[in-house]
Design a protein around this ligand. Sequence first.
Ligand code: KIV
Length: 273
Amino acid sequence: MSTYIVDDPRKVTTHRLLEMKAQGKKIAMLTSYDYTMARLVDQAGVDCILIGDSASNVMAGNVTTIPMTMDQMIYHARSVVRGVKRALVVCDMPFGSYQVNCTEGVKNAIRIMKETGCDCLKLEGGVEILDTVKRILDAGIPVMGHLGLTPQSINKFGTYSVRAREQAEADKLKEDARLLEEVGCCAIVLEKIPAQLASEVASQTRIPMIGIGAGHDVDGQVLVVADMLGMDQSFSPKFLRRYADLSTIIQDAVGQYVADVKSVSFPNDSEQY
Ligand code: KIV
């Protein structure tokens, strides 16, 4: 039995995230999309669990996050919430649910909060969605921002390569982070940007910057749980560290089961009624 680092057993709140940044304590965040995984991830001590719209890739096998619907996000979020006791539960608003106008964005945000019981929502983008973010916050819903590589805009970017290498895009990202902090976001995910830029943004903001492919000089890290557990060996970006080789473990176990069924060694006498 491993020992897990949980220095404060109380439920993590958005207020606690701000305290953690102020105290220099790093925030550990992972995605989950179902009850069983969320329960394990929560018990192992993560501070935040994200129901990412990466469920589109991981759970549904889509190439992008674009197809994800409100109903699908709500289904995943409800399952995750049932499994979590301590971590802050953050749910992605899916593509199309907040980009049309503020009113629709707020309506969809309220629907996710009411139907899932999650603690916070995450939206991709900066100044373009600022009014909507502000209206959602005004409705009493905590919001986490997401800047840098924002996968819902993949068709505009045309590539998953590192963002904000050029000065103009880096300047815009800094300004977007400032604006999101100013309106009251509780944290911002910085995805796939140069470590130096992420470090600068983290040092200029009081809210936590949670990186994925943004180096170590930020306030926390987030990874897609299936990636860090090694469930897809074909996905190996530079920023990913694999903490397990679950694809081999699962395939070996399933292969053994198949062999046991075929050889009639499963079930044995003690595994029957
Ligand atoms: O959808 C997702 O999993 C995310 C993380 C990669 C931050 O947004």
